[in-house]
Design a protein around this ligand. Sequence first.
Ligand code: SD4
Length: 326
Amino acid sequence: MAGSLTACQNKAWMANPNPDAASMSAGRNHMNGITLSTWNHGLTANRAGIGVLNGGGTALDAVESGCRAVELDCPDMTVGLASRPDRDGFVTLDAAIMTGEGRAGAVGFVRGVVHPISLARAVMERTPHVLLVGAGAEQFARESGLEVQSECQGCDAVGGACLSPAAEREWRAWLVERQYRPRINIENHDTISMLALDKNGRMAAGSTTSGLAYKMHGRVGDSPIIGAGIFVDAPIGGAICTGLGETVLRTLGAHLAVEAMRHGMTPQEACEHAIARIIEKNGNSAEYQVGMLTLDFHGRVGAFAVQKGFTYALGESLHDAPSQLR
Ligand code: SD4
């Protein structure tokens, strides 16, 4: 039973990766741990995370480092300050981080923060709280010595002032019709969510995103909500989500998957179970995408999505997740 793993058993993946987890073979070349991340830019995150793990760093360091890499370099314009804005032209960012011991930190609706994942970690490590939002979170970022671009803050009536040229061009084109239709599997919602397991059997999860392009000002998605976008619990495992956050919030998707593993499901079964519940509770699954990844303390991996087209990175290889709709 997963719930009764000993610390020693937790490291079973190092010597004997589970043969049932087909995709494990791709991650096996990284003997210092496992990195598992959403979408194509998961490769960027994993490379940074692997570097940390190979240097003896912890899963927590690996996740922070992986998320930071995508916050700085996200060609999809879905993570970090160069992302597409909300409908009023402001880039507002959400992030969360959690460890297997149950420590967690998150930030929502922050502007100008270069590395929201590091701010989430600071909330976890330096405050008695789990979630800070908006101006208070930005103030805490400055107090913590984290980089905040001050021109991105304040109460301007109209945004657009500090968008990247590409994001501003697209936003202005979007303004012509102002249609908000969350679409699936296009570059306007590709959060980086990441799980890492280090050689000492510690696990961490993280997520950082600009949320949905052209969302309402003030909208916060699943990514910074512990139990929704990410969840990890030793000695069971962790789960991370991407996609239309409202559907994940209604079901606390990541928590659901981890609890399914606690009750004996494999990571793959847990993903499929959680995605099935998301579809059951949110109706017409043709209209949204959710991708979920799971990892247990044996190193077994699960991946499943509502729609086809959800890619994920395990170590340095990219995979297509199976999906409910084909
Ligand atoms: C959100 N779940 O804000 C995020 C968006 C996302 O891939 O994951 N996009 O709803």
